[in-house]
Design a protein around this ligand. Sequence first.
Ligand SMILES: Cc1cc2nc3c(=O)[nH]c(=O)nc-3n(C[C@H](O)[C@H](O)[C@H](O)COP(=O)(O)OP(=O)(O)OC[C@H]3O[C@@H](n4cnc5c(N)ncnc54)[C@H](O)[C@@H]3O)c2cc1C
Length: 559
Amino acid sequence: MDIAFKPYPFSGKQYPARVPALEHGQDARRHPVAIVGGGPVGLATALGLAKQGVASVLIEADSSVCHGSRAICISRRSLEIIERLGAVEAFLEIGLPWTGGRSFYRETEVLHFTMPQDENQKLPPMINLAQYHIEQILLDAAERHADLIDIRWQTRVTAMAQDGDGVTLQLSTPEGDYALQADWMVACDGGRSTIREEMGLQLQGASYEGRYVIVDIAMESARPTERLAYFDPPSNPGSTVLVHKQPDNIWRIDYQVRDDENVDQAVLPESVLPRVQSLLDMMGEKGPWAPIWITMYKANALTLEKYRHGRVLFAGDAAHLVPIFGVRGANSGIDDADNAAWKLAYVIKGLADERLLDSYSSERVAAAHENLSYGTKSTEFMAPPSFAFALMRTAVLSLAEQHPAVRSLINPRQSSAIAYADSPLNAPQGEAWNAGPAPGTVLPECPLTVVRDGVESLRHMTDLLGAGFTIFQFEAGDGGDTALAAVPATLVTITKRRKIDASAPYGWDHTDRLFALYGAEAGAVYLVRPDGHVAARWQAPAAATVLAAIDRVLHPQTR
Ligand SMILES: Cc1cc2nc3c(=O)[nH]c(=O)nc-3n(C[C@H](O)[C@H](O)[C@H](O)COP(=O)(O)OP(=O)(O)OC[C@H]3O[C@@H](n4cnc5c(N)ncnc54)[C@H](O)[C@@H]3O)c2cc1C
């Protein structure tokens, strides 16, 4: 149940339905990819495919981007992906960056945490940005690719079928119904996925009994952007309350409905507004405020067992539902999109065997299990599901003020990129490495100076990733194979010192941190996938070894 008071200070444009040229009631054009759902995950998938030059048709039941209170916390890893999709400037311009938060038990601060943030980073660990902004910015980017992304608003999928060659969708619009065929489909149609239902697939996992009231309010406050958690606060005894600042002077307040409360009553303004007032009084917020939106939330920790079913890939909430307290719903969906898009594009372009898509499923299902385990821990700490959990939580909170060692148990661990440690795409490691990212890990960030035609510019490692594979060659030295330049990948040479005389562009480790961060000796080579995950690393490999590793990724059946 949603209760809307006054509008958010944002109104998405309304888009009309459009029926294409038809032949016998069917879209006259067959599409390489149909994406169902134009939420953050569908839009990110369309952008990822467009980046690889692959066209898609994006089918969205609504007439605009979402409204109401949904995702607000976007992680560094998502920002990294969004930067590659060409949309990060607006995220950083509108979003509020933050690096940590505070937890209180009753009236005492028991934890002040900070997320990993060091001088190597270019992007903040987290920004707060409402989902309508997230979708609008991605939509603006998609509209810049109108040649490759065909958006069909007010178009609902009502039925689907697939065979060995592709999918057929039945679509309903206010302008008339029609069918559409595509070679591949990505189902991004959210938690109540029609596609999942049509295919008879079930999410597996746990649903929590606890309910949370989610309130967005308008309030001007000079408070910094940080995550505030109040356990058993005087304003709302027996409950847990989270507070987040959003852009446009909007504040998100989530609080747990106590077990002895009636859920239908709890969401009514006469129950919610006095609680918000007493919370703000407790926080010392004295200015005027106004409610914008109230909704009720119930946490689920669910996933499909496989995300590839023939010609259909599932992504985002259609594939998994993660409790919001680990802020991994939209974030993990954006990661799904990044993983699926390049693989699908490589298959469509004939550069990879379609079995590469099975690794989309295995990598992202493993990631979902990791996300679910963090989300579950956060949820169980927010609202203990049993007497034993409640006892443990009270003990931790009571001890945390005096005993720093237990504080980590309260830390929500909200920001960390997931490594595909067991991915079948990782090349086996021949050499021992003391440091640096192992295959499967996301490329660690570090600044470096890029020198091109004598002109120097300050860049970061993630800036240098190409649309395809990227090879980072650390100071070729004597053992380096110059034939690496012939491998079909973006080649980036990195040196320890500035070169006196360089004919080719190179990156220079001006901070003296890069080689150590990567555990690289002269001649070391990292092979990085289009989604920024390390595929392989070697000390002084032959070009043929690197080629074989790329082949191993793209043609998994040859192993
Ligand atoms: C209160 C709240 C707070 C949250 N906070 C966070 C957070 O801080 N960080 C975070 O990462 N996540 C958060 N989430 C989760 C996040 O909102 C979701 O994970 C995210 O929206 C999933 O994106 P999606 O694109 O997969 O699905 P959705 O956003 O649900 O988009 C699905 C789209 O598919 C369309 N659609 C559905 N059925 C059809 C059909 N049959 N035909 C055509 N189109 C269809 C819908 O209209 C919709 O536009 C929060 C969620 C809630 C409710």
